[in-house]
Design a protein around this ligand. Structure first.
Ligand code: 2AM
Ligand code: CA
Length: 301
């Protein structure tokens, strides 16, 4: 597919790399669908597909930009500590979907630039879903695109019309009580809540206006680096629940200019409630009752 002439040399490198890794992953995905019936299941096969994709990306990206450092999901940080640019790579976001033969997973590559010793910014990102051949991409200041089409976040203004995506905590991760409290506040007010299982695609789909917003807590840099650039370049807003930097916090609440603050308030209230009511490491399971759930609690003794 021809891409817009706005594709810079740097992004061309990323696009070539994700397409190469994507082709192989897509072949592997076909195999996974066959493997579903085997007794052992496809999980070992998927881990090696994941590692292979990461290696392909590393080779392609480092050949084109030898000075860039890496932060990768499987192999961690590598390269010069004094890096000026760094690739932030998730070779397979939505692994559980991949494993189950669900065609909703992506390769995510973000570019981080160091402005000062303790300050970096995200400057470019590509999120590629090989199963649908949808390539979401953006460069700071240049807009966001899906293949060759310009992206814009949705224009909806009312919570009751909004469809939000989220991520549900899974085994071994914190935040289950927080999630329940947030969901109890969001669910009654909106048109729908979706959980599709790839943070990178959740951000890209919000950028494309398919979702009106998205929230998820406790994410890793490689889940969101690329998607945050795409979201912002599509006119979206993103913060952590307290209004801080979502990349640094690893927690994201995003949407358009009108809905993002409303969603953020609900998320912040739910999180604060769960934390105030934590006893023996768990919050009370129920949402506060009586009136609207949001803000109707009393402080813990
Ligand atoms: P991953 O597929 O690269 O692991 C969904 O909530 C997000 O959480 C995805 O971006 C997913 O990225 C991440 N995640 C990490 N560990 C997970 C797990 N065990 N189950 C589901 N999602 C997981
Ligand atoms: Ca991931």
């Amino acid at each position: 597919m021809a891409l817009s002439p706005r594709l810079s040399p740097q992004l061309s490198v990323v696009v070539a790399a994700v397409r190469k890794a994507g082709k192989r992953l897509l072949r592997d995905f076909g195999e996974v669908e066959q493997l579903q019936v085997s007794v052992k299941g496809p999980s070992d096969f998927v881990s090696s597909a994941d590692l292979r994709a990461e290696e392909t990306l590393r080779q392609e990206l480092s050949r084109a930009r030898p000075n860039f450092a890496f932060l990768m999901e499987e192999s961690g940080a590598s390269g010069d500590d004094d890096w000026e640019h760094r690739w932030v790579v998730d070779p397979l976001d939505g692994t559980t979907n991949f494993l189950h033969g669900i065609p909703h997973w992506a390769i995510s590559v973000g570019v981080e630039r160091r402005m000062a010793p303790d300050r970096t910014e995200l400057v470019a990102g590509v999120v590629y879903n090989p199963a649908s051949d949808e390539l979401f991409w953006a460069e700071r200041g240049m807009g966001a695109f899906l293949n060759d089409r310009r992206l814009r976040v949705s224009a909806r203004k009312e919570l009751r019309d909004a469809v939000f995506a989220t991520g549900i905590p899974f085994a071994g991760t914190p935040g289950k009580a927080e999630f329940s409290q947030v969901l109890a506040r969001v669910m009654p007010q909106v048109a729908g809540v979706r959980r599709f299982g790839s943070a990178a695609l959740d951000l890209a789909w919000t950028a494309a206006g398919r979702y009106d917003g998205y929230w998820e807590l406790s994410l890793k840099p490689w889940d969101i680096a690329a998607g945050l650039v795409i979201l912002r370049e599509a006119g979206g807003f993103a913060a952590d629940p307290e209004g801080g930097d979502p990349y640094a916090a690893g927690s994201v609440v995003c949407g358009n200019q009108v809905l993002q603050p409303k969603l953020r308030e609900l998320v912040a209230e739910g999180v604060a409630y769960a934390r105030r009511h934590q006893t023996r490491g768990e919050a009370r399971p129920e949402a506060p009752s009586g009136g609207t759930p949001a803000g109707s609690d009393t402080p813990a003794a």
